[in-house]
Design a protein around this ligand. Sequence first.
Ligand code: NAP
Length: 251
Amino acid sequence: MTVDKQNLLITGGGRGIGAAVARHAARRGWRVAVNYARDGQAADALVGEIEAGGGEAFAVRGDVGSEDDVLALFETVDGRFGRLHGLVNSAGIVAPRARLDEMDFARLERMMRVNVIGTMLCAREAVKRMSTRHGGSGGAIVNLSSVAASLGSPSEYVDYATSKGAVDTFTIGLARELAEEGIRVNAVRPGIIATDIHASGGQPDRIERMKGFVPMKREGSPDEIAWPILWLLSREASYTTGAILDVGGGR
Ligand code: NAP
């Protein structure tokens, strides 16, 4: 499944699922732009690891929830790559476990700004560069949704689940909007994956607590999410667009 040298931007690529995508993409011949928000050390270490393995990558900071940052991010990518062929929207956040009646406006706004508007802004900038309508040569976008979109995450984080429901709807609409412009748009819905996101959301024990509810009785690894993402980016998925793929061990 090797591709010719093509250029891929991964938002939230410094850690977790995005980092796994970056590693596998680089091995398969993609040039990789690794976006991060705050943890420059993790992103730099990942770039070093990719380069040591003979791949090409660079790290670039930018908050996907800020339009100025997103515009600057894409300008940096333009400068380094010239052309863009793929975007993986992996940047995403959760917040501490809460019921809706405990959530304040600031929390709701941040959740939607990063997970929904961030995904839409980055996709918008990618479309301007990849769509044949804008003189581009086509490409592929993969959005990170979550099984939470179908479960709703009651008493845990309905705000997060709602944001991922929006990502699903956006994926379907954008796929159809761009179907004749050389861009395929798909989403992956991970289940419970072993990354820092659970601790970041104040639940370091979440995997241990929840894995018994997964039909496979275990968490997934970031690699197990990266593999289907790499397939969706590849030519082998050339007739797949608007698909939302559950990768949750049966959950
Ligand atoms: P993670 O380990 O917490 O990593 C998140 C990455 O996103 C980090 O690189 C972080 O940057 C970056 N990020 C966060 N906010 C950002 C912002 N505003 N702008 C730019 N980058 C930002 O998370 P993960 O588990 O890999 O999750 C990746 C995606 O998969 C998310 O969309 C998440 O909702 C989804 N997902 C995860 C799971 C799971 O169980 N892990 C399940 C379902 C869906 P820094 O490194 O600079 O902090």
